[in-house]
Design a protein around this ligand. Sequence first.
Ligand code: ATP
Length: 295
Amino acid sequence: VNMFMEPIKRLVSFNEQFQKGMAGFQRFIELLDMEAEIKDKKDALELTHVKGNIEYRNISFGYNHHSKVLAGIDIKINVGETVAFVGPSGAGKSTLCKLLPRFYEIDQGELLIDDINIKDVSLTSLRKNIGIVQQDVFLFNGTIKENIAYGRLDASDEEIIAAAKKANAHQFIMNLEQGYDTNIGERGVKLSGGQKQRISIARSFLKNPPILILDEATSSLDNESEKIIQESLKRLAEDRTTLVIAHRLSTVIDADKILVLTDDGIVEQGKHQELLNQDSGVYKSLYESQFELVS
Ligand code: ATP
């Protein structure tokens, strides 16, 4: 389930879900339920002028009462840093990231942005400051321009084009017969996986959030699109605080900090070479078993 979808996306995709039948409908209802649990507190502040310091302070969280996914997590991320989360499947890397836009309520501990508890600010203002890029791209039935503008609805054409250029999407868009006015989705042109990703990256450039969550693709594209996308993602992460659920060796090597998450919590942190130097380290064995093969 794509839990990073924001409420409006859920509504837009309702029709699509419905057409996929009851299974999809059920899922939609579940997402709505989840959303309804989390509300602004009374007198919630507006989160503005975010620099992008992030702190997880003794965080515990479980999806239900009988099992904890995360316990006693302490993390400090400084403005502009890129941190890569690595660890075995199911350790809670994406859960950790989902707590930041408050898709779930933390059971214990505090999550702070620039020393402000995220529970004290409005959900809208919190999420305005966080961009999310993931493998499961959400595009709706509409023109390319509209799909990029979804990142910021009041954007001008010039801003949309500038964002597409940064995302390495401008060229392929211009090669389409109707350019930015090309309809995509069910009734329009079918885009490749890599092209869709570039549209969503353009959307994030337009939104320009101080904080970015990047869920790296596990399934690989062809080498050429892969390279183009990596390059634009790197540009997107510049000058913002970036949390990456990392699957690419190049990402962890370049990260300011790697955080190794296992069932025991954050067990190691440091830069690539530092962690590799730890002889019986978890990172070292992860590196040997996973990354070398997929890089
Ligand atoms: P991967 O590398 O495979 O993506 P991960 O480290 O990101 O794994 P999470 O996706 O955060 O791990 O999952 C952590 C644990 O929480 C897993 O045991 C998973 O089954 C469980 N989990 C994830 N999402 C939900 C959910 N919506 N409801 C209940 N349990 C969930």
